[in-house]
Design a protein around this ligand. Structure first.
Ligand code: PLP
Length: 363
C-alpha cells in the first residue's frame, strides 16, 4: 500500500519525459581492459606527478573556487587557440555545456537537431528537458552527412541549435567541411561544433568563429587524458556566451579541477605526444582489424574505431571479449544504422594486441 502511494506520488510529480527516460548506464569495468569510453590509456611521468601533487597540496579547500576560473581560461585560450575576440564558458565536462546550451534555448515549440547516429547526450538532454529532438539519419554506407535531408529538416524545424560532433562519435569520421558550412549558413539558430576528438583529427572550426555569428566550438579535456577531471569548454561570441553564463551554476568547476587542468595544460607537450602515439596505434589497429575475417571496419579520425560483425555474431563477440577480460562498446540496437556494430577505443599497444588476439580467436 505504502509502495503504491509512493508510485502515485512519483507519477504525479516527476515529469513524464523524465519517467520515460533511462539513466545513463555504464557497464561494470573493474578488472577489465577498458576500451569502451575513449579514454587515454597513458599516465604522466613521475616528475610531473610529483609537481602536480605539490600544487594540489597548496590548494585552499576551505574556500570556494575562483568563480570565473580566469587562470584556467587564459591557459585554455592559449592551448586551444581560441581567438582573442571570442569568449569562453567552462562546464563540468562538455556534457554540462550541452545541457546549458539546450536548457538556455528551450521553450515551447523549440527543437534541437543533430545527424544520427551521433553522441547520445544531445538527444538524451533534449528529451529530459521536454525539448523536441530532431535526428536526421547519416548516409548508411560511410556515415557522411545527408546534406539535402539536413537542410530540409533545418528549414522545416528551425532548430534553436544543431549539434555536430566533429569527428563524430561513434562513427569516427569528419563531416565534409563545405557541407558543414552550408548548414551553418542556412541555420537561423546556433550550430555547435563538438570537437571532443580534435586532438586526434588535427582539424577545427575554431578559426571560423569570426566568420559565422551563429557558430560555437566545444572542446573537452576528457579525451586528451583528463577524463576524471570533468572539464569542457565552449568558445564563441560574447553575445551568446554571456547568456549561457547566466544559466551556469556558480562554482561549477571545482578548485582541484581548475588547478590540475591549469598545471597539466602548461605541460601539454606530454599530452600531445600521447595523442601522437594513439594516432600511430590507431593506424596499426585499423590495419589489423581490417585483416580479420568477417568484419567491416570504418576509418577513423578519432581515438576509437567502429566495426561491424556478422549480424548473428555481435553479442557473442561482445560477451566473448568480456570473458577474455576486454570491455568495448556494443552499439547493436542503439540505432538502425549501427546493427551488429561495435566500437573499440585505441588503447596502449599491449591492450590493442590483447583485444586483437581475443577478437581473432572469437571470429
Ligand atoms: C562527441 C562527444 N562530445 C562530448 C562528449 C562528452 O565529453 P565530456 O567528458 O567532456 O563530458 C563525448 C564523450 O564521449 C563525445 O563523444
Amino acid at each position: 500500500m505504502a509502495r503504491e502511494l509512493l508510485r502515485e506520488k512519483v507519477a504525479r510529480w516527476i515529469r513524464p519525459e523524465v519517467r520515460a527516460a533511462t539513466a545513463y548506464h555504464v557497464l561494470e569495468s573493474r578488472g577489465l581492459i577498458k576500451l569502451d569510453a575513449m579514454e587515454n590509456p597513458y599516465t604522466w611521468p613521475a616528475r610531473l606527478k610529483d609537481e602536480w601533487l605539490q600544487r594540489l597540496s597548496e590548494v585552499s579547500l576551505n574556500r570556494y573556487p575562483e568563480p570565473a576560473a580566469r587562470d584556467l581560461k587564459a591557459r585554455l585560450r592559449d592551448v586551444m587557440n581560441v581567438p582573442s575576440d571570442m569568449d569562453i564558458l567552462l562546464g563540468n565536462g562538455s556534457d554540462e555545456l550541452i545541457q546549458i546550451v539546450t536548457v538556455t534555448l528551450s521553450g515551447p515549440g523549440r527543437s534541437v537537431l543533430a545527424p544520427e547516429p551521433t553522441f547520445v547526450m544531445y538527444r538524451a538532454i533534449a528529451e529530459v528537458h521536454g525539448i523536441n529532438f530532431v535526428g536526421v539519419p547519416l548516409r548508411p554506407d560511410n556515415f557522411s552527412l545527408d546534406l539535402s535531408a539536413m537542410l530540409s529538416a533545418i528549414k522545416k524545424y528551425q532548430p534553436a541549435a544543431v549539434f555536430l560532433a566533429w569527428p563524430n562519435n561513434p562513427t569516427g569520421n569528419l563531416f565534409d567541411v563545405s557541407a558543414v558550412e552550408q548548414i551553418i549558413r542556412s541555420a537561423s539558430g546556433l550550430v555547435v561544433m563538438d570537437e571532443a576528438y580534435h586532438t586526434f583529427a588535427g582539424e577545427s572550426f575554431m578559426d571560423r568563429l569570426q566568420a559565422y555569428d551563429n557558430l560555437l566550438v566545444m572542446r573537452t579535456v576528457s579525451k586528451l587524458g583528463l577524463a576524471g577531471l570533468r572539464l569542457g569548454m565552449l568558445a564563441g561570441q560574447s553575445g551568446w556566451i554571456n547568456e549561457f553564463d547566466k544559466v551556469r551554476l556558480p562554482y561549477n568547476i571545482g578548485v582541484l579541477t581548475q588547478v590540475s587542468a591549469d598545471f597539466i595544460l602548461a605541460h601539454h607537450g606530454v599530452l600531445d605526444e600521447q595523442a601522437r602515439q594513439i594516432c600511430d596505434d590507431r593506424q596499426t589497429l585499423f590495419r589489423e582489424l581490417s585483416a580479420l575475417p568477417g568484419i567491416k571496419v570504418w576509418p577513423s579520425r578519432a581515438n576509437f574505431i567502429l566495426f561491424r560483425t556478422a549480424s548473428d555474431r555481435v553479442n557473442d563477440v561482445f560477451e566473448g571479449l568480456r570473458a577474455h577480460g576486454i570491455l568495448i562498446k556494443n552499439l547493436d540496437g542503439t540505432h538502425e544504422l549501427l546493427q551488429a556494430c561495435l566500437r573499440v577505443t585505441v588503447g596502449g599497444p599491449e591492450e590493442n594486441d590483447r583485444f586483437l588476439n581475443a577478437l581473432g580467436s572469437l571470429l
